[in-house]
Design a protein around this ligand. Structure first.
Ligand code: DQA
Length: 143
């Protein structure tokens, strides 16, 4: 089984971007950890990142055929994008939402997530470890 791990705007700069909030690990580090854990629990992972909303939507459409589950950190699109929510609503499998930071502790505009309406689970504030936790959960949901 395959899990898409989708990442929205500015997450290409993970590790360099506001490390006091997001930490020092890069998205390549996250990819390596997820690939290794995925192998252990029998899941193929494909980690993707784009700064473009339309690209994220195209990948969600692609996942309809190519993946059984989606883990998504929509980044700022979390708080703005009905289009990402609509795309996720076309996907039949489990969807898990990840935020590296605790969005509820931050500015009020980060407190609302369009994606949470579709997500089967949400992780926030566990740092990049949240991705691995979501992948473990995905393993159970797809078992
Ligand atoms: C984020 C939180 C969002 O509010 C922010 O726009 C991001 C990253 C997180 O992982 O903590 O870009 O999704």
């Amino acid at each position: 089984k395959t899990v898409y791990i989708l990442n929205g705007p500015n997450l290409n700069l993970l590790g360099k971007r506001q490390p006091e909030i997001y930490g020092h690990d890069t998205l390549a580090d996250v990819e390596a950890v997820c690939a290794e854990l995925g192998e252990k629990i029998g899941l193929k992972t494909r980690l993707l990142q784009s700064n473009w909303e339309g690209q994220i939507i195209d990948w969600i459409h692609e996942a309809r055929d190519a993946a059984q589950g989606i883990i998504i950190n929509p980044a700022a699109l979390t708080h703005t994008s009905v289009a990402v929510l609509d795309a996720l609503n076309t996907f039949d499998g489990p969807v898990l939402e990840v935020h590296i930071s605790n969005v509820h502790q931050r500015e009020s505009f980060r407190h609302h997530s369009y994606v949470s309406q579709r997500a089967d689970g949400v992780i926030a504030g566990f740092g990049v470890e949240g991705y691995a936790l979501a992948l473990r959960r995905m393993g159970r949901l797809l078992a």
